[in-house]
Design a protein around this ligand. Sequence first.
Ligand code: FES
Length: 105
Amino acid sequence: TKVVFIEHDGTEHEVDAENGTNLMEAATKHLVPGIDADCGGACACATCMIYVPEEWAAKLPEKEDMEETMLDFCDHSKENSRLACQIEVTDALEGIRVSMPASQH
Ligand code: FES
């Protein structure tokens, strides 16, 4: 599944993400800068935050409580923030474009 990660300075990284993994794993595996993932995907660090464009937000699975709570704690979170480690890669994500906050740099 093709996924595009956009750095805060506009640099784009298109990666081929494996279905069944998550967006954080896809980014780190392809060495995309801007996804720190300090906690390794446990939904406990919020350094894998991404911003999801509106047209994609509705197509993603709903946030679990834990993701919601982590995002609430984070200064840089916005309405369209998600944690990349909580989003599973499926065919439905083909072509999605997500961006990373400047703070993860
Ligand atoms: Fe830590 Fe996603 S990797 S919350």
